[in-house]
Design a protein around this ligand. Sequence first.
Ligand SMILES: Nc1ncnc2c1ncn2[C@@H]1O[C@H](COP(=O)(O)OP(=O)(O)OP(=O)(O)O)[C@@H](O)[C@H]1O
Length: 237
Amino acid sequence: MTALLEVQGLKSGYGRIPILMGVDFTLSAGEFLGILGHNGMGKTTLIRTLMGYLPATGGRIVLDGRDVTAAKPAAKAAAGIGYVPQGRQIFPDLSVYENLRMGQAGKRRESREVIDRVLTMFPRLTRLLDRRGGALSGGEQQLLALARCLCTEPRMILLDEPTEGIQPNILDEIVETLHELRRQTGIAMILVEQNLEFLTALSDRLLIIQKGVITDEVSPELMADPERIADFVGMHA
Ligand SMILES: Nc1ncnc2c1ncn2[C@@H]1O[C@H](COP(=O)(O)OP(=O)(O)OP(=O)(O)O)[C@@H](O)[C@H]1O
């Protein structure tokens, strides 16, 4: 597989407080890469730095051979990086359909076809198109945030803690939807999480982040055995 995204020695932080201390990894085209870490280990900081909401203070982000380290979020989105933020950030007073239209807001012309095509993968949302975003359950909001991101027509997606505050039954549906998305589109994805089961269900590869650096890559044999990964990284699902 060819490298879609290369991250080399990436550093960032808040003011003078360094958080990412030099993160290195590669994402291949079509790959689902899981990044596992406890609270406060720098997962959201990594995603926000990759997307350009936080400036990198060192290192490089290379997309398809092009250095995009200093690109602003809108330029990253235009280059094909999709972002599903932690906490979803859907528009509570807009309907589900209007939220999806926001995913097309950066395009020159809005395309109903794109929204319709995305919706074929989200039967639950299709039944709720007129419902206010704020009236959806946490899991439905997560599906909406993912669908809205797909309406930007990304080549890869940054997914920040999608399982946070979500009921187990709809979590299974989110896992299924992501599997289906991969089958249908071959999109690449970086999933940052503290939910080990979710990550092992979806990831081709699993990296461990601790205190702002990638400390380990979990071998494929270990990936099949969540209990052993939990022992390995000192955390339990
Ligand atoms: N705006 C901020 N200003 C200063 N420090 C921050 C800010 N946001 C996060 N931090 C600190 O940066 C560190 C990494 O936070 P980050 O949100 O990236 O962690 P995380 O792994 O995503 O954890 P969580 O699961 O809690 O979101 C933490 O020590 C956190 O307190």
